[in-house]
Design a protein around this ligand. Structure first.
Ligand SMILES: Cc1cc2nc3c(=O)[nH]c(=O)nc-3n(C[C@H](O)[C@H](O)[C@H](O)COP(=O)(O)OP(=O)(O)OC[C@H]3O[C@@H](n4cnc5c(N)ncnc54)[C@H](O)[C@@H]3O)c2cc1C
Length: 377
């Protein structure tokens, strides 16, 4: 059995006047064997570990809008906990959190106005974002290219002065949701007392083993600034558990293509590259789109919008990206998630038998178009 001393980190959990402002401190502590030592010390109730996993996440960041800070606006946190339905609501932000929450309030009956600085879902493939804006705007009040000048709160009403597409407007609402970005929680951890390094945006730097710059201190999840999804932090957590406690073998994390979805109507889902990324990376590709309406299930559902977009490498037919907008996009995309994880091609998509009628037939029809294009190029 190995024993001796090792430099480790102490997370202080004092309370009241004894609460430690800098909760993580470096300290030498005893090691017993090669198992993780968990030892409760006396005094302030410190808990000592050989390994620390930092998964403290991120929190909403407030944009710099004059007057906003002195109003009782909601972030996603309050919006998720609110029990009263406001008659009207303004949502500031065009990312998935703003859209999903605003959409949910709208579905419950609030009159929701979305204020978006530039475009909605600006990180999605351009054609998907275009279709989303078109369809979503048919059912919701959306102001794009909006510059918010000032926010006030008086007589239980939010007053928001904006310039939208060059025109000044004053909007009023009972509730205001601000979901215009997030920031890492690293500033709340007292990391300045440690050698754990952060990047210029404040996210924790880790290597390919998810180790921080301090031995035996790992980090995962939003606080890395890589991916901001529940399923990606789950993947990282499972990786750490497997390599450290099951296999006990140091091996680097290898992310398969990381998918995501936006749970609005229409739904959006994505895996792999966008067309804009392929252009920027100078990859020779083909791009095809197949509408929901061109499949039996799409017709039966009377789909008048939505499509699947498939991007494949011209030379090999390898699928590089898949995007879906429409009913159950988050389910339909799984066909492509598996395919891309297995490094599959357009031909692979056409090898299997699809149930008729079913939504994945839209994917098959996109693959047929891609095959034709690959043969003629
Ligand atoms: C409205 C909303 C909807 C979302 N929808 C989806 C979705 O549909 N699908 C999806 O994949 N992802 C979604 N996400 C993103 C997803 O929630 C995050 O990516 C995921 O939770 C990140 O996990 P994490 O463990 O890194 O951080 P978190 O889940 O944020 O957990 C961090 C934890 O650390 C705690 N903490 C922070 N500081 C300290 C401290 N100093 N000491 C002790 N504890 C601390 C926090 O209280 C929190 O409990 C959504 C996020 C929001 C806000």
């Amino acid at each position: 059995m190995r024993s001796g001393f090792q430099t480790g980190y102490v997370r202080s959990r004092g309370s009241g006047a004894r609460r430690d402002k800098n909760p993580i401190r470096r300290q030498r502590f005893p090691v017993y064997g090669d198992r993780i030592v968990r030892k409760k010390a006396g005094g302030s109730g410190d808990i000592i570990y050989i390994r620390i996993f930092i998964a403290a996440g991120a929190r909403p960041a407030a944009p710099n809008i004059p007057g906003l800070e002195s109003t009782p606006y909601m972030t996603s946190r309050e919006a998720l906990r609110r029990t009263e339905l406001p008659k009207s609501m303004i949502v500031i932000g065009g990312g998935f959190i703003a859209l999903e929450l605003g959409f949910a309030y709208s579905a419950f009956g609030s009159d929701v106005t979305f204020l978006v600085r530039n475009r909605m879902l600006k990180n999605e493939d351009r054609e998907i974002a275009d279709e989303f804006e078109r369809v979503f705007s048919e059912n919701h009040r959306v102001l794009l290219h909006t510059d918010i000048q000032k926010v006030e709160y008086s007589n239980n009403t939010f007053l928001v002065d904006v310039v939208a597409d060059g025109k000044p407007l004053r909007l009023e609402s009972e509730a205001l949701l601000v979901a215009a970005g997030i920031r890492p929680n690293t500033d709340l951890l007292g990391l300045e007392n440690t050698d754990v390094q952060t990047d210029e945006r404040g996210y924790i730097r880790v290597n390919e083993y998810l180790e921080t710059s301090v031995p035996n201190v790992y980090a995962l999840g939003d606080i890395l600034g890589r991916y901001f999804y529940r399923h990606s932090v789950n993947f990282e957590g499972e990786f750490l558990f497997r390599t450290l406690y099951q296999e006990k073998k140091r091996s680097p994390i290898e992310y398969p293509p990381v998918p995501h979805a936006v749970f609005t109507h229409p739904q959006v889902a994505k895996v792999g590259k966008t067309e804009e990324e392929l252009i920027a990376e100078k990859i020779d590709y083909i791009s095809v789109k197949n509408p929901y309406s061109a499949s039996a299930t799409g017709m039966a559902r009377l789909s008048d919008s939505g499509f699947i977009k498939l991007l494949a490498e011209k030379k090999t037919g390898r699928v590089l990206g898949a995007h879906a907008i429409g009913d159950e996009a988050s389910n339909v995309i799984h066909l492509f998630i598996l395919l891309m994880t297995m490094n599959g091609t357009v031909d692979d998509l056409l090898r299997m038998i699809y149930i008729h009628p079913s939504l994945p037939e839209i994917a098959r029809n996109a693959a047929r178009k891609a095959k034709e294009l690959l043969q003629t190029n």
